[in-house]
Design a protein around this ligand. Structure first.
Ligand code: SF4
Length: 334
């Protein structure tokens, strides 16, 4: 969807990005099976400085791989990630170290992303040491400052992950990510593993920190209701493709793509008399052999005939600024 890639002042731009993995693990299996998993298959978007882009879709849609490509934890098969207008693929040495500092990740499961054998203080200290950001004398006060920033007292510096609740562990994960003063933070399902009662606290913390520290976020979630409160814009992913990008209010009040409508239909509503919901049936197809034409066509209740299974829809920008890849809107682009 090249039409999605138009922002000035973007901190991050993703242009025609693809990531294919071999379908089988070791080299011998790969010799026998040349098929590829098309985890990310030609996506484009941009994230303006100081904003949050929500990235949503079901499990297997390619959201996490997209986050890992932007963080340069894996290299693309094709396409580019540009950070401050520069392609990050050839970056190495000191520049890569600088990129690693500027782009941080907050992970889904704080239990597995924190080292069980280290105290919170040791965990948060590690990136400060690697990037040589704080002198030995100033280290203790910086650690206390970081803990307070995420709502934890200095007593937590001596606690191990198993001595903390899930919400407290996630706060330590956030402190670790923010220790190096990043500009761009990829939040990969940061509240999915937490109790519902704790989720809102962590979301509020992330929004407060964004204001305080001028952060830019990519917020990955499978649940649209989670991204609603934190995102300026939302990109909806399905089977390696972005099918819609819209301002958050526009997406929630008037979703255009049938898949976006189905995802919204899955959010519980307080009034059971509110209009009819679209229910999504079936599983996400295999990314090894995605459906022809529109990848959503086997599950789409609104398909309009053979064009849907024969031709892949182009991204179209509608008059309200929403970009959508669906043949229903073939005559409405601007
Ligand atoms: Fe449904 Fe056709 Fe639109 Fe795909 S292109 S979402 S099958 S209507």
């Amino acid at each position: 969807m090249s039409s999605l890639n138009s922002n000035d002042g973007s901190l991050v731009e993703v242009i025609g990005l693809k990531k294919y993995f071999p379908a089988r693990g070791d080299w011998f299996a790969q010799m026998l099976d040349r098929r590829q998993i098309k985890a990310v298959d030609g996506i484009s978007f941009s994230v303006p400085t100081g904003t949050t882009l929500g990235l949503v879709g079901e499990s297997g849609s390619g959201k996490t791989t997209t986050g890992r490509l932007i963080a340069r934890l894996t290299k693309p098969t094709a396409g580019q990630v540009r950070y401050k207008s520069k392609d990050i693929a050839p970056v190495s040495g000191r520049q890569l170290k600088g990129l690693r500092r500027s782009v941080q990740m907050i992970f889904q499961d704080p239990s597995s992303s924190l080292n069980r054998r280290k105290t919170a203080g040791q965990i948060v200290k590690e990136p400060l040491r690697i990037h040589e950001l704080v002198s030995k004398q100033a280290m203790e006060s910086r650690l206390v400052e970081l803990m307070e920033m995420v709502g934890l007292s200095h007593h937590f510096l001596n606690r191990y992950p198993h001595e903390m609740s899930g919400g407290q562990r996630q706060r330590v994960g956030i402190a670790r990510a923010l220790a190096v003063e990043p500009e761009f933070v990829i939040c990969d399902e940061p509240v999915t593993a937490l109790d519902v009662s704790i989720q809102a606290q962590i979301l509020n913390l992330l929004m407060d920190l964004q204001d305080q520290l001028d952060l830019t976020y990519l917020f990955i979630a499978h649940d649209l209701s989670v991204v609603k409160h934190v995102s300026d814009r939302v990109a909806v992913m399905y089977l390696g493709k972005i099918v819609e990008i819209a301002d958050t209010d526009a997406l929630f009040s008037d979703p255009k793509h049938p898949y976006s409508r189905a995802l919204l239909g899955a959010i519980p509503r307080p009034d059971p008399r509110a209009g009819k919901r679209m229910v999504l049936h079936g599983e996400v197809p295999s990314p090894i052999n995605p459906p022809s034409g529109c990848r959503f066509h086997p599950r789409c209740p609104e398909q309009i005939g053979e064009i849907c299974w024969q031709k892949e829809p182009d991204g179209i920008t509608l008059p309200n600024g929403t970009s959508v890849a669906c043949h229903l809107y073939a005559d409405e682009g601007r």
